[in-house]
Design a protein. Structure first.
Length: 284
């Protein structure tokens, strides 16, 4: 079994280990807050993060469900942005030294009028990889719909020497959240020199964060998530965000696998829906 210890804010977290790799997963939000390979932490968590429910943890890999941003379905009424999973405490269903399976009863969050459903997040650690599997089970007889994302914050040594590769050949369509979600196109490699908030609609199944100053790359491979969201708050938004350091935009990049504008996902009664991401570390 994995070791469960007290974390920040008296919240419990699961410790995983595989070779020289480690990971930490909080029961609150099924939230990965650390993934290290050879002592290098690849996940960004703000120094200003607040570990106190119902506040979501700033950084790590938040689980956004059953809504991502303001992409919501009629099945779940009155949801805040990004849903309720990231603000809920999961139950540790089973674990090994390298993996943890956490479950949330979605029905308890929505009451008798909401869908009968469960969300399962399994985190598996390998020597140079981190796998996250999301499973949504419809335990009722009526179909429901949702949107979702794994909102990964990656730590980089210098955002100005970082690029995102593999978005695809030629010009790639995306929705620009900086311009009223206008549909635009860009090249298959992205560098960041200003605030970026984009939803790529046809990105390749595998994209790669190349940390030039840090001397490594992170491949993000996804299954079941059609969309890729890229975000960096840059100067002004960093200063305006209370749980984010003014200069921390220099050391992070969000690359989020999602089903958002390409969704929602639909789960029939008695059925399940599954999606995953696999993060792979390579030293330059």
């Amino acid at each position: 079994m994995a070791k469960v210890v007290g974390g920040n804010g008296d919240l419990q977290k699961v410790l995983l280990k595989s070779g020289e790799a480690t990971a930490e997963v909080y029961l609150y939000g099924a939230h990965v807050t650390s993934w290290t390979v050879g002592g290098k932490d690849l996940i960004f968590v703000s120094k200003e993060a607040i570990f106190k429910p119902p506040k979501a943890i700033r950084g790590g890999i938040p689980v956004c469900w059953p809504a991502f941003s303001d992409f919501k379905s009629d099945s779940f009424k009155g949801l805040a942005s990004h849903g309720f999973a990231r603000n809920s405490t999961f139950e540790l269903q089973e674990s090994t030294p390298e993996s943890a399976t956490l479950v949330l009863d979605g029905s308890s969050q929505m009451g008798p009028e909401g869908p009968s459903c469960k969300l399962q997040i399994k985190v598996t650690l390998q020597p140079t990889k981190l796998l996250q599997e999301m499973t949504v089970a419809n335990e009722g007889s009526t179909a429901f719909e949702f949107t979702a994302a794994l909102h990964s914050y990656f730590r980089v040594a210098d955002i100005t020497q970082t690029r995102l590769e593999g978005l695809g050949e030629g010009q790639q369509p995306y929705l620009d959240n900086m311009d009223k979600r206008s549909r635009k196109e860009s090249a298959g490699t992205l560098t960041v020199d200003q605030e970026v908030d984009r939803i790529y609609l046809q990105a390749s199944p595998e994209v790669t964060v190349v940390d030039g100053a840090g001397g490594h790359s992170l491949q993000v491979a996804r299954s079941g998530f059609p969309d890729v969201v890229v975000w960096n708050p840059w100067v002004d938004k960093s200063k305006a965000t209370g749980d984010f350091g003014d200069e921390e935009y220099k050391e992070m990049l969000c690359v989020e696998v999602a089903i958002a504008p390409s969704g929602p996902a639909k789960v029939e009664g008695g059925a399940t829906w599954q999606a995953s991401q696999t993060l792979s570390y390579t030293q330059s």
